[in-house]
Design a protein around this ligand. Structure first.
Ligand code: SIN
Ligand code: CO
Length: 399
């Protein structure tokens, strides 16, 4: 498998030396890259309901620290936008951003397959940004890893590994932009070049003429959110004890108003009795990481196919695609394999393991690749079920 890494660098080396550790410039990561989206198409998407879009405008006539000035140094607006907006915008110094573009553009979903050197459940989405000359989103840090792929034109990226403090941020705006920073490194990225940044690195990308950047962003849930989500899951599954607080060994205490160390110890013991077993963790985690981020989900087929009818279409040579609204992941266990699709869990037999790995590793499937796998009991029925539920579709379903 070819990965978009510098010549001679293996995926193992990237993970050991760079992933979550330090930035890496990858010249010609995607040689002869041609953007599947044009600036006009991006502007069109920004006007659509249900697509998350933002516009960041830099106002250069204001000092970045002038909190009380009438016009703020940076302005953030959320879509959907009216088409007339684009004729009113200045010639330069703004950026339009669209989130989750892999959902709408199959070629971008396929681009994610090049990142198989990182587990796919770690991937969040692809965001695209379009900027005319001078456009940027200001110097900032992100809490997640990102690969910034230059899709059209050129962009100058300046980065720094310096610490960021709250008072480094420009006040009074809805964006976390630094008022100043000193660049440690500076690169000009051209089409097909890519910059990897771990979390916490200050970065500032400025368009040199019309520019389009694809950001492959990774997910890094906050630990507090993971813990609350896990406890919610345990409660929903009725895995938490419904016994009540008891203290049959209560001793007379001099101050009735005091919560004693013995009482706090009983509380601690209740919390410590929270079940923390491997199955609960696996079932909860597989479900949450495959749930749709924005809550949108697939529609089941109006006319479900029988396994025979489904197989006839598949064997005729139709390509089967995974729907980008549904995330797939699996957990291999000694006696079964857990398949997670869009937050739903299927407990399947070990003999289906290879089929499940193929389903979770790849977006596009042909009957030819599945020939041997389809001889295994249960595999055809699984594909057919996922198809009928809308998680898989044939190339020409929409015709
Ligand atoms: C950009 O595409 O210019 C901004 C992306 C980022 O800084 O995360
Ligand atoms: Co960023």
């Amino acid at each position: 498998m070819e990965y978009p890494l510098p010549d001679g660098m293996s995926a193992e080396q990237f993970l050991a030396d760079y992933w979550q550790k330090k930035p890496l410039l990858i010249k010609g990561a995607f040689p002869a890259f041609t953007t599947p989206l044009s600036p006009d198409e991006i502007a069109g998407m920004a006007c659509e309901e249900g697509i998350e879009s933002r516009l960041v405008i830099e106002n250069r006539s204001t000092s970045p620290v002038a909190e009380n000035s009438e016009q703020l140094p940076w302005q953030l607006r959320h879509g959907p936008f009216d088409e007339t907006l684009f004729s009113e915008l200045p010639q330069s110094h703004w950026t339009l951003l669209i989130q989750e573009v892999q959902k709408y553009v199959p070629a971008l979903a396929q681009l994610l397959e090049s990142f198989r050197f990182i587990p796919s459940w770690r991937i969040d989405d692809i965001m695209v940004s379009y900027s005319p000359d001078g456009g940027s989103v200001g110097p900032h840090v992100d809490q997640y890893d990102v690969f910034l792929l230059q899709g059209l034109g050129r962009k100058r990226w300046q980065i720094s590994s310096a610490e960021v403090y709250d008072d480094d941020l420009i006040g009074g705006i809805d964006l976390q932009i630094l008022s100043r920073f000193e660049a440690e490194q500076c690169w000009e990225l051209e089409e097909g070049d890519m910059l990897y940044l771990p979390p916490g690195i200050i970065h500032h990308g400025v368009a040199l003429g019309d520019s389009l950047t694809y950001s492959v962003g990774f997910r890094a849930p906050a630990e507090c959110d993971m813990i609350t989500s896990f406890v919610d899951y345990l409660a929903e599954e009725q895995r938490l004890s419904v016994s009540h607080y008891r203290d049959p060994e209560l001793m007379l205490q001099p101050h009735a108003g005091e919560i004693t160390p013995a009482a706090l110890q009983r509380v601690r013991e209740i919390i410590q009795r929270m079940p923390l077993n491997d199955d609960d963790i696996a079932h909860w985690f597989g479900r949450v990481v495959t749930e749709s981020k924005s809550g949108d989900h697939v529609e089941p087929q109006l006319k479900p196919l029988t396994v025979e009818a489904f197989m006839a279409r598949f064997r005729q040579g139709e390509t089967l695609w995974r729907c980008e609204l549904s995330r797939f992941a699996c957990i291999n266990q000694p006696s079964s394999v857990l398949l997670f699709v869009a937050g739903e869990m299927f407990t399947l037999e070990q003999i289906m393991k290879d089929a499940i790995y193929r389903l979770c590793d790849q977006r596009i499937h042909s009957a030819e690749e599945w020939r041997e796998l389809l001889e295994v009991d249960g595999n055809a029925a699984l594909l057919c079920h996922l198809y009928n539920e809308g998680h898989l579709y044939f190339d020409d379903d929409s015709d």
